[in-house]
Design a protein around this ligand. Sequence first.
Ligand SMILES: *[C@@H]1O[C@H](CO)[C@@H](O)[C@H](O)[C@H]1NC(C)=O
Ligand SMILES: *[C@@H]1O[C@H](CO)[C@@H](O)[C@H](O)[C@H]1NC(C)=O
Length: 318
Amino acid sequence: MSGLDQRKFTMIFKYLIIIILIENVSSWIEPVNVKPTYERRDAITGQVVTCEKCPPGTFVKEHCTGVQPTICEHCPDLHYTQYWNYLQKCRYCNVFCGDHQYEKHQCNSTHNRVCECKAGYYLEFEFCLKHSSCPYGAGVIKMGTPYSDTNCEPCTRGHFSLRISSSEPCSVHTNCTKDGLEINVPGNRYHNTLCTSWQKYNGGGSLDDSVVSTYNEAIIQFVAYQKIPLKKLMRFFNLLQIEEAKKVSKQLRTHNKHMMHETLHPLLLKWKEGIKEDHLLEKILYILRTAKLKNVVKKVQERFMLSGSSTLQFINLH
Ligand SMILES: *[C@@H]1O[C@H](CO)[C@@H](O)[C@H](O)[C@H]1NC(C)=O
Ligand SMILES: *[C@@H]1O[C@H](CO)[C@@H](O)[C@H](O)[C@H]1NC(C)=O
């Protein structure tokens, strides 16, 4: 290597070092300001130039050239660009809210319109469907959202749900003994436990009017919650011989069989209004027998017939 060549070589080497240093330093000083770029061939010079992209909310009005940077412009109304881009037109806000939807986010220069199902609806295959309701005997374990339906589960032991609802969980049965009462009707999935203050074995004390009335209410309630097959139930309704029962009797088929007590209880209360308090047990047993509801007769007798001499003991059935 000649002396001249050697000098040239060291010079180039020094330059290289300096260039490397400058590059590193400059990347330390302005690391954030690196704008996204794209490459394009300049239409006039035919040379490939590197242009800066336009920020969200704008589009490329003019591409850069070798001498002029990119010119960006704001998106017009109802148009947007969400990302750094080199689009020559902004996108149109093409989402429109449909049935049962509301506009969650308006269209602006950086985002398309966002629609969401309104309260009580959820999205399924692009449609907003009504949240399901949980049937009788089942409760909500997770409420529906704009994106998911209601989650139901049959009520577990000790719980009930007597409403068709998209928001209510199962409720806990009332604890009668805790309140010093007796269970008149045990609860199930479909209804609560029903308590009474009437006690069968109360030592045969005196039966004053208030006890009689409690006793009769317990009888009515007890009968209303018995499982009675539809045919016999119709016969039973007709035997009550009240207008309301005749009307209801015709539509009984459409009623949910687990919820018959909702129909039966008010009717029996209505029937009770026309019956002398002292004759209630006698009369209801007579009707139940005539309707051939042997099982119910037996249960009512077991629970409500008093032993010994009592004004409430009626055996004298026609
Ligand atoms: C545009 O709407 C989006 C939501 O869709 C929001 O996050 C953003 O802040 C809005 N931008 C302006 C400039 O209002
Ligand atoms: C009802 O309450 C009583 C007394 O507090 C308790 O001993 C009993 O276990 C409870 N019954 C139920 C079914 O929770």
